[in-house]
Design a protein around this ligand. Structure first.
Ligand SMILES: [Zn+2]
Length: 93
């Protein structure tokens, strides 16, 4: 096994990923990460691609979830176009 070191662009943390040298050459030659290193976890593959560590992924993911909790006004509009704030603006109803 050889060690590949990646530096997370968000937190700056350096991570070590162990791979087989022949697989590393495959990857350098253009193979997809998941094809070259089928034994790595999704976290490890992501670190090879973007350098972003699992901790930062979690933070980013949690941020996105928090945003989805905000009220979405499109949900308040019926299919017929009825808007609870503005009233109906289609002739069908
Ligand atoms: Zn990080």
């Amino acid at each position: 096994m050889i060690s590949i070191f990646t530096t997370c662009p968000i937190c700056g943390h350096e991570n070590e990923i162990q791979v087989y040298p022949e697989d590393y050459l495959k990857w350098q030659a253009g193979a997809l990460v998941q094809d070259a290193f089928p034994y790595l976890s999704a976290d490890d593959r992501e670190m090879l691609i973007s350098g972003i560590c699992p901790d930062c992924w979690d933070k980013m993911f949690n941020d996105e979830e928090a945003e989805e909790d905000e009220p979405d006004f499109e949900d308040d509009v019926d299919e017929c176009g009825y808007d609870p704030y503005l009233g109906c603006y289609t002739e069908d109803c």
